[in-house]
Design a protein around this ligand. Structure first.
Ligand SMILES: CC(C)(COP(=O)(O)OP(=O)(O)OC[C@H]1O[C@@H](n2cnc3c(N)ncnc32)[C@H](O)[C@@H]1OP(=O)(O)O)[C@@H](O)C(=O)NCCC(=O)NCCS
Length: 174
């Protein structure tokens, strides 16, 4: 039996110098990627935004961005505007850790609930959000311009009751 080595990672706020690497992932992952300007706005000027990255260090000591998340705190609600994990680091708990982290920060700042849109054809993301207790509350018809696909609006209520925040371990097994 092979036991996978825990993945060593750390989370930190996204910064200007991360944008090129984030854009590369964004363009590889999404059919309608956010632009460089959008990320510059999120990092430098959007006071409602709290973008974070997850970085891993490989065997040769090279540091790489493995995942990122862009939440917006809108009064008492946090909106998860973007979330992605590089394909080679998926199913190792990174999205879960990042999401826990930013939901916890938003709860600390007064968010009561969380919302997001997800493609109807994206069962991986839907399963991730469902594992946090997000529920589908509406269907937005032809929400995505690239293929006319519907979005599911998912919502998580009572963020403050989830016992988020506290300690976020810096490694994910599996
Ligand atoms: C969706 C995505 C962010 C998940 O990232 P990830 O780091 O692989 O997710 P995690 O390892 O933290 O998974 C946590 C839980 O989510 C669910 N999940 C994640 N990927 C899944 C998949 N492919 N199939 C089914 N369930 C999945 C599982 O419940 C999983 O727990 P488990 O591994 O114990 O079963 C990643 O697949 C991704 O970047 N996809 C492309 C971009 C995208 O869809 N972003 C979301 C836009 S709304």
């Amino acid at each position: 039996m092979t036991i996978a080595k825990p993945l060593q990672f750390r989370m930190r706020p996204m910064r200007q110098a991360d944008i090129a690497a984030v854009l590369k992932l964004e363009q590889a992952i999404f059919p309608t990627p956010w632009s460089k300007n959008s990320y510059e706005f999120e990092v430098e000027r959007n006071n409602a935004s709290d973008p974070w990255v997850c970085v891993v260090t490989n065997a040769t000591g090279q540091v790489k961005i493995a995942a990122y998340v862009v939440p917006w705190l809108l009064v008492d609600e946090v909106h998860i505007a973007n979330l992605a994990v590089a394909p080679e680091f998926r199913r190792r708990g990174l999205a879960k850790r990042l999401l826990l982290h930013v939901l916890g920060r938003a709860a600390q700042k007064g968010a009561q609930s969380a919302r997001l849109e997800v493609r109807a054809s994206n069962p991986a993301a839907q399963a991730l959000y469902a594992s946090f207790g997000f529920q589908v509350v509406a269907r937005r018809t032809r929400y995505y311009h690239d293929n006319g696909e519907d979005a599911l609006l998912m919502q998580l209520n009572q963020l403050d009751h989830l016992g988020l925040i506290q300690n976020t371990p810096q490694s994910a097994a599996r």
